[in-house]
Design a protein around this ligand. Structure first.
Ligand code: S0N
Length: 278
């Protein structure tokens, strides 16, 4: 456990949401399903991520799974809840089929703050893709990683395939998907799938240590770096994100403010005061 005093935020059924000292913590809380997600779980996670995005005191989000479970095992997330899988996706409370985890994946990637997955136990199927799209992953020694799609009749051909291949290489990514094997934390570290491995009792404390280190650095620099890393894989959406940050920085400049001020004061702008930098 960490030494921070987590404050519970809001009331959710499938997740726990806490904040402390610049850090938000989202915990998938469906231990009877090894933290498999249903549309409600995804909607709640999305709501919490949006809250973290809008809170200027928050710079880092930890994403984790509740555990240990009653049998002593742990899970980060076992993917989509197979018991409510309908013909066209996972059924919500109204019986509407949804694949809303894809929206959440994009939300995590484009969140202008750092998201760290803390993985104890199983990160399987769509749960594996969730840790994948986080910026960093800290694994407990008991973590187990893998995809099951071709065995259980699903696949993630988006980030789950192409981004995985960027991280572990084409051969390894194809092995992971085609064979549906499970990999230990040590193997995951060796293939670059996680950043570090710690004893399970140290997982949250290590996550908080990494978060505090990041929080000591420049928020705008981290924000621009995240979108720069994304732009490499995310096509025009990635470029839009990176360019949006360039616009944000420009808005913060005196040069940009002069244009707006001149318009409001109904005078010609004086851009001559600003240099054409080399
Ligand atoms: C995680 C595993 C390996 C753990 O094994 P263990 O420790 O032996 O526990 P179990 O006894 O198997 O499980 C304990 C209880 O938890 C239930 N449970 C576990 N996982 C799920 C699950 N995914 N859905 C529903 N229930 C689950 C068990 O049934 C058991 O309950 P009881 O005791 O009542 O029987 C092992 O559990 C395992 O292999 N789980 C299944 C992993 C899996 O195949 N996940 C689904 C993979 N597919 C996806 O995630 C879909 C991907 C996706 O979401 C997506 C991708 C792209 C585009 C769209 C989508 C989309 O669908 O939205």
């Amino acid at each position: 456990m960490s030494d921070v005093l987590w404050q519970p935020i809001d009331c959710y059924s499938d997740i726990l949401y806490h904040k402390a000292a610049g850090i938000a913590k989202i915990t998938i809380n469906r231990p009877h399903k090894r933290n498999a997600f249903r549309p409600q779980t995804i909607a709640e996670m999305s709501h919490a991520f949006e809250d973290a995005r809008n809170d200027p005191s928050i710079g880092v989000v930890l994403l984790t799974g509740a555990g240990p479970h009653t049998d002593g095992k742990y899970a980060f997330c076992a993917g989509g809840d197979q018991s409510i899988r309908g013909e066209a996706g996972y059924l919500d409370a109204q019986g509407v089929a949804r694949l809303n985890v894809l929206d959440l994946q994009r939300q995590i990637r484009s969140l202008p703050k750092v998201v760290i997955a803390l993985v104890a136990g199983y990160a399987i199927g769509g749960g594996h893709v969730l840790h994948l799209v986080c910026d960093l992953t800290i694994a407990a020694e008991n973590a187990i990683f893998g995809q099951t799609g071709p065995r259980v009749g699903s696949f993630d051909g988006g980030f789950g395939a192409s981004y995985l291949a960027r991280i572990v290489g084409q051969k390894k990514a194809r092995e992971i998907w085609f064979l549906c094997r499970q990999y230990t934390a040590a193997q995951a570290l060796e293939m670059g799938l996680v950043n570090t491995v710690v004893p399970v009792a140290e997982l949250e404390a290590e996550g908080v240590r990494w978060a505090k280190e990041i929080l000591g650095h420049s928020p705008l620099a981290i924000r621009c770096l995240k979108s720069a890393f994304n732009a490499d894989c995310d096509g025009q959406a990635g470029l839009q994100e990176l360019a949006g940050n360039a616009t944000l920085l420009y808005y913060l400049s005196q040069e940009s403010a002069e244009g707006k001020q001149a318009f409001l004061e109904k005078r010609p702008p004086n851009f001559q005061q600003f240099p054409w930098r080399p």
